[in-house]
Design a protein. Structure first.
Length: 179
């Protein structure tokens, strides 16, 4: 980051499309200015278009996924599988390492808000992560259902609102557009 730069905490949340896309736009803009972004994707284990594109922008943009190929498992008690929890904990540790390494100017924790809402990661661990943020690092959290504590901790909150979506007509996620 430029000398004297103050990094903030941003959250992109809500039920509308565009949270990950907005974070990727920020990462693209940052890379255009020579800033380095670490983009950690929670609950996503499949190969995404953004990961394929990031490989072409490395080392300015690095994307890693912390999820299994299938959907998150929620039991009757609302607790996820041990595998989901372990992958999310590994992801948070890698994001923390990236944040504290001095190698990255922007750290994105994609789908982290829903990860907390689903009790895959405890909110307290995420707040501890945010408390450790160096002054010159920008942090971006994305995902549906950001908790009140996360919203309070953020410096910028954008809520995506769905007004109309072709998924309601049975259109499935398309390569290069939604994935």
């Amino acid at each position: 980051m430029p000398e004297g730069f103050k990094g903030f905490i941003q959250i992109y949340t809500g039920d509308g499309k565009g949270k990950t896309t907005a974070a990727l736009g920020l990462a693209l803009r940052a890379s255009g200015r020579g800033l380095r972004t670490y983009f950690g994707q929670f609950l996503k284990g499949r190969t995404t278009g953004e990961a394929l594109a990031a490989a072409k922008l490395a080392p300015l943009l690095v994307v890693e996924s912390f999820g299994r190929k299938g959907f998150v498992v929620i039991t009757a008690g609302g607790v996820t599988s041990d595998e989901d929890v372990a992958l999310a904990e590994q992801g948070l540790a890698k994001c923390r390492e990236a944040m504290l390494s001095g190698r990255y100017d922007v750290v994105v924790l994609d789908e982290l808000c829903i990860t907390v809402d689903l009790n895959v990661l405890p909110e307290a661990k995420v707040l501890e992560f945010l408390d450790a943020k160096p002054a010159g690092v920008e942090i971006v959290l994305t995902g549906r259902r950001a908790t009140p504590a996360l919203l309070e901790r953020a410096d910028l909150v954008t809520e995506m609102m769905e007004r109309k979506h072709y998924f309601a007509r049975g259109v499935r996620a398309r390569d290069g557009i939604e994935k």
